[in-house]
Design a protein around this ligand. Structure first.
Ligand code: UTP
Length: 235
């Protein structure tokens, strides 16, 4: 089975605790696990932003706020591992080495953040590289990579296909504050570029989008790959 690393945005999985999609994602991931070896890196979502805002209010530095964010991503990851039950490795990985080791169990590996000054997208990109994944999928709350922020710029255009170098150029304009909301961060973009692993960016607000993309190759989003390579469908 091919390996797939999924960066599951916290804003998609747990926008806030009362309105999470844990059960829906658990069912979809369990079904996909029959066709691909999955690792899922979970983001912090709205709860992480609240904790980060509280840390800033206290005058704490950005690296401290990042550490708080990492803890929330791990809490979210633990909830997902619980929702997956037997299908998941029962311990949330806290390093790339652990994630690779847990992957040998054949179960779905779940993890959150690792180190300050990056996001879980970077964690996922490095894990894709470390584990020799065939594909990384970024599940976020927009349906792909745009030429500008579609929420603020009406002229923004979705790019269906782009190269890793083009991705890096687009991402190059973003900021790196704790909790910053970008489709993908610079560290992730650079790792995607050097590893040559294709990246699919799709709207994760409906968990079925992931299943359809991986199993049928049908999606609305952006595919980042060198030379137009298309790894989909994955099964
Ligand atoms: P993410 O930025 O990855 O989660 O982590 P998110 O914002 O919920 O993801 P999206 O927007 O849905 O895609 C939350 C925060 O945790 C810290 C950062 O401050 C980040 O903004 N973090 C996370 C780290 O510092 N290092 C990590 O490895 C992961």
């Amino acid at each position: 089975m091919k390996k797939v690393v999924v960066s599951l945005g916290g804003s998609v999985l747990i926008p806030s605790l009362p309105e999470h999609r844990l059960a829906a994602y658990a069912s979809v991931l369990r079904r996909i696990a029959g066709h691909a070896a999955l690792s899922v890196v979970v983001g912090g979502g709205g709860e992480a932003r609240k904790y980060i805002a509280a840390a800033r209010d206290l005058g704490l530095d950005e690296a401290f706020a990042d550490e708080i964010g990492i803890m929330v991503t791990r809490l979210n990851a633990m909830l997902l591992a619980g929702a997956l039950g037997d299908a998941a490795y029962p311990v949330v990985a806290t390093s790339q080495a652990e994630a690779c080791a847990y992957g040998a169990s054949g179960k779905i590996v779940v993890m959150g953040g690792i180190t300050p000054a990056q996001t879980t997208d970077a964690v996922a990109a490095v894990l894709a590289e470390r584990s020799g994944a065939a594909l990384m999928v970024n599940l976020t709350s927009v349906d792909g990579i745009y030429t500008a922020d579609p929420r603020t710029d009406p002229a923004a255009r979705r790019l269906e296909r782009l190269t890793p170098a083009e991705l890096r150029e687009i991402v190059g304009t973003g900021s790196l504050r704790a909790g910053a909301n970008m489709v993908i961060d610079m560290v992730a973009a650079r790792v995607i570029e050097r590893s040559g692993i294709p990246l699919l960016v799709i709207d994760g607000r409906d968990p079925l989008h992931l299943e359809r993309a991986l199993l049928t190759g049908k999606y609305q989003g952006s595919l980042v790959s060198e030379g137009g390579r298309d790894p989909l469908p994955i099964a």
